[in-house]
Design a protein around this ligand. Structure first.
Ligand code: NDP
Length: 283
């Protein structure tokens, strides 16, 4: 019998509205893991000390959320391949005494995508080029997508992401400025909203031409709450397959648990608990 639990958690600020702790602890309980996840409010000024504390206490890893995803890199010993390309870390893993930064946001998306369509050879359109857009574009490219089209309002940010994908991954990439309702090209297999449009607003529609949301497209959204966004409802009405942001949130958390503990957690348990604490219908 050991009374020493494996320690994990999250560093962010503000932290009080982050539901990840409920989802991860439900997964630990269901898997019978003797592990804890602590949600910690860490200011930017204290981030370095918080990471030192995690080292001193032998934490097996921790998530980093806003505003620490880039700043934490200075306090780590190395980066995984995709975190290095993305330039942001949302998951730190202790490996052989070193703290390694990983990014599970895009991996979560790719994992959710694989259940519907294998990424190999696909043309993925990414709407948005912020943190979520970068993570999804890079991971989809590393997972074998043939082409990534980045669509973004801010041209320099969108262009930089397309150049990154084209130069540093095997995929081809192009950039399309987002100046009005976007017409999804006929060659696209997947289109994902990776902007913040729709967060907390079920009525907010992503500016895409709804007539181009073909039934054979996989239409995905990063928005976890509410998960049934106007954009996904529009795609469903047209008969297309959809992936919601709640699934991506669960999948990125599940990938983190795999990295920390080498155990594959029950995604259904995680989704049900997350839905419960967010007051959502879990179906
Ligand atoms: P960022 O602030 O880094 O990027 C925001 C992006 O949204 C930019 O591309 C921005 O465009 C675009 N955008 C914002 N408003 C508009 C608008 N009115 N019209 C067109 N484009 C717009 O945010 P993140 O990438 O970190 O997060 C984006 C969303 O992803 C959030 O809602 C977050 O909750 C969600 N997310 C979900 C995850 C999950 O697991 N489900 C994981 C991570 C994030 P521009 O560059 O032109 O300003």
């Amino acid at each position: 019998m050991s009374f020493l639990s494996a320690l994990t958690g999250s560093f962010s600020t503000p932290a009080d509205d982050n539901p990840t702790v409920a989802m991860v602890e439900a997964a630990y309980a269901a898997a019978g893991l003797d592990a804890r996840y602590v949600n910690v409010d860490v200011s930017s000024a204290d981030l370095g000390d918080a990471v030192l504390g995690a080292r001193a206490m032998g934490w097996v890893g921790f998530n980093c959320s806003m505003p620490h995803k880039v700043a934490v890199i200075d306090h780590l010993d190395g980066l995984g391949e995709s975190a290095d390309l993305i330039g942001a870390v949302n998951c730190v893993v202790a490996r052989d005494g070193s703290l390694i930064g990983e990014n599970t946001d895009g991996r979560g998306f790719v994992e959710a995508m694989r259940e519907v369509r294998h990424p190999a050879g696909t043309h993925v359109v990414v709407l948005g080029a912020g943190g979520a857009g970068r993570a999804i574009a890079v991971e989809a490219a590393l997972a074998g997508a043939a082409r990534i089209t980045v669509v973004n309002r801010n041209e320099s940010r969108g262009q930089a992401l397309a150049v990154l994908v084209a130069d540093r991954t095997p995929a081809e990439a192009d950039f399309q400025p987002w100046t009005g309702p976007y017409a999804v090209p006929a060659s696209a297999d997947v289109v994902v909203n990776a902007t913040s449009l729709g967060l907390g607003d079920a009525e907010a529609m992503v500016p895409v031409d709804p007539d181009t949301l073909r039934p054979d497209l996989l239409v995905a959204d990063v928005i976890p709450n509410p998960p049934r966004t106007a954009y996904l409802c529009e795609a469903e009405r047209r008969g297309g397959a959809t992936l919601d942001g709640l699934g991506m949130l669960v999948a990125q958390g599940a990938v983190a648990i795999e990295l920390w503990h080498g155990v594959s957690p029950d995604r259904e348990v995680m989704r049900a608990r997350l839905s419960e604490v967010l007051g959502l219908d879990s179906t």
